[in-house]
Write a protein that binds this ligand. Structure first.
Ligand SMILES: NCc1[nH]cc(CCC(=O)O)c1CC(=O)O
Length: 302
């Protein structure tokens, strides 16, 4: 059997796709794979803000179109780039084991915490979540947009365009980049829903492929994915809402911690909810409704 795999062509996307395919190979060594590389508008216009090139779900839509049009059988995504409403007809069919969900602060020289940065330091990030949550603890920092793939971002830091940048730890781990950094605790910066989880999507109708993907699924990662994605769907808000959430399992209990802030970081509310790992979507919904109520009383629009 041969499976055609839609993926973006960036170094990180290709590394992620190999990680996901290796999980399938472990269970089904007989399967062959063929990559279908999709060049998305997000890859072509790396210098432009997302809002100018199509916004929400930019990467997801074009890669998944290859599956919808029959040019590929499955698609591999970073779950945090997949909007809450995925292209119709597609199902999240497999998750490999999760990498780190957390964000890191990378500085030139020795690693520094957010509190060690000098007053007025320039921090690179285009993420509303990263900017608002860090402004909350360091309102004096100057945030400047930063896009492009991980190598480009690190190069811009080394060139001195920024004093610090924020990246996902998962991306650095998957690229095998051996750099020093400070892991930002989630009470300072809650991760994006799905950060560190890869998602393999296929059509609902692919009864030939779905069982293979189910065999290769890491159940804990899938449970966390379901909780965080249900949270995202019910929390509402656009991709410019400073919203974070991550789920974890401890002693058989599923937890989710979620937070939302005002864009300038002046206000923030948090919730932590626990529930049954067999019902992750319920937990995500509970957390979203609780967070919405708390945000409304604090005057944060969601
Ligand atoms: N926004 C791009 C993106 N999408 C997923 C990751 C990292 C890997 C992951 O979260 O699974 C990154 C890079 C980053 O934010 O530093």
């Amino acid at each position: 059997m041969k499976i055609r795999v839609a993926t973006r062509g960036s170094k990180l996307s290709l590394a992620q796709t190999q990680l996901a395919l290796n999980e399938i190979r472990k269970r089904h060594p007989e399967v062959e794979f063929e990559l279908v590389i999709v060049k998305t508008r997000g890859d072509i216009h790396q210098d432009k803000p997302f809002t100018m090139i199509g916004g929400k779900g930019l990467f997801e839509k074009e890669v998944n179109l290859a599956v919808l049009e029959g040019r590929a059988d499955i698609a591999v995504h970073s779950l945090k780039d997949v909007p809450s409403e995925v292209s119709p007809g597609l199902v999240l069919a497999m998750t490999p084991p999760r990498a780190s969900p957390f964000d890191v602060l990378v500085t030139r020289g020795s690693p520094k915490t957010i509190w060690d940065l000098p007053a007025g330091a320039v921090v690179g990030s285009s993420s509303a979540r990263r900017v608002a949550m860090l402004k909350r603890v360091r309102s004096d920092l100057v945030f400047k947009p930063l896009r492009g793939n991980v190598d480009t971002r690190l190069r811009k830091l080394q060139q001195g365009m920024y004093d610090a940048i924020i990246l996902a730890e998962a991306g650095l781990q998957r690229l095998g980049l051996d750099i020093e950094y400070w892991r930002i605790p989630p009470d300072v910066l809650p991760p994006a829903p799905g950060q560190g989880i890869l998602g393999v999507y296929t059509l609902y109708s692919r009864g030939d492929i779905l069982p293979l993907l189910e065999d290769a699924t890491d159940e804990e990662a899938m449970t966390m994915a379901r909780a965080e994605r249900a949270f995202l769907a019910y929390a509402g808000g656009g991709c410019h809402t400073p919203l974070g959430a991550y789920a974890w399992i401890e002693k058989g209990i599923l937890y989710i911690h979620a937070a939302v802030a005002s864009p300038d970081g002046s206000k923030r509310v948090d919730v932590t909810v626990e529930g049954d790992p067999e019902r992750p979507a319920q937990l995500g919904i509970d957390a979203a409704l609780e967070l919405r109520a708390k945000a409304a009383s604090a005057g944060i629009t969601l």
